[in-house]
Design a protein around this ligand. Structure first.
Ligand code: SAH
Length: 243
């Protein structure tokens, strides 16, 4: 069951799935009657105040089920802004993994098809798809290295151990001017991918990584958080030129 409501204050965010019964947290208990309210402040029986809101896409997304390592929001942002994915875009993705990337892309694009080898991960993605009500996401239990069924695709995104094996299928599936994006945690994978793309009709637009540095605000103690996630992955952007 997906998150229905969130309870938020300056220190906590709570996710409520079932609003038909009392909700217990470390600050106390909310009555079922209060959980029917929204856009107002409610208190635990012990007196701690929270604002109650309908869960938005991102609230449900944050509670997604996890299987393999996911692509982070900062990297998803970079993918969307460097390819211009929008409500008219047809996207193919692989591997679906936990569905973090393909679910977010389906929230933005017209249609997303994601390929995944493992049936156990496929089930996780199907559950996440349902929780997020993404009817425009199709998950296929197929090996993308063997081929892509879709044609005239705007963007292909890859998060695979050997992304270079998906270059030829991606090249066939993409429309002229379409984008091929590969996410890899290491440089040897990135380097092999870039080198092998040169054998196909692609222009290498850029390879980059994004380091996000969040700051803490605690009265006058305003400074970068002492611990940050330093490295996630490298993103390579290719553009298909030719037919
Ligand atoms: N981008 C995903 C995580 C992908 S992890 C997310 O954000 O959640 C990499 C996935 O690729 C794994 O689930 C693995 O099973 C899948 N995979 C590996 N080789 C594949 C192939 N040839 N075709 C389809 N999926 C593949």
């Amino acid at each position: 069951m997906a998150v229905k409501k969130i309870l938020i204050n300056s220190t906590s965010k709570l996710y409520v799935k079932d609003t038909s019964k009392e909700y217990h947290c470390k600050d106390g208990t909310f009555s079922a009657a209060d959980l029917q309210k929204k856009n107002t402040s409610i208190c635990t029986k012990q007196g701690t105040a929270f604002f109650i809101l309908d869960a938005a896409f991102l609230d449900v997304y944050e509670k997604m089920q996890r299987g393999p390592q996911i692509i982070t929001l900062k990297d998803i942002g970079l993918i969307i802004t460097n390819t211009g994915i929008n409500k008219d875009s047809i996207v193919v993705d692989a591997g679906a993994g936990s569905g973090a990337l393909c679910c977010f892309l389906a929230h933005v694009a017209k249609k997303v098809t994601s390929y995944e080898l493992r049936e156990d991960f496929l089930k996780i993605v199907e559950q996440n798809k349902e929780a997020l009500a993404l009817s425009n996401l199709i998950v296929k239990n197929k090996d993308i290295y063997e081929g892509i069924d879709e044609k005239n695709v705007d963007v292909v995104t890859l998060d695979l151990p050997e992304p270079w094996k998906a270059i030829a299928p991606a090249s066939k599936a993409l429309k002229p001017g379409g984008y091929l994006v590969s996410y890899s945690p290491t440089i040897p994978q990135t380097s092999d991918f870039v080198e092998q793309c040169a054998q196909h009709p692609f222009i290498h637009l850029k390879t980059c990584e994004l380091i996000e540095r969040e700051w803490e605000f605690d009265r006058r103690k305003i400074r970068p958080h002492s611990s940050i996630i330093n490295h996630t992955g490298f993103l390579t952007f290719m553009r298909k030129v030719g037919l």
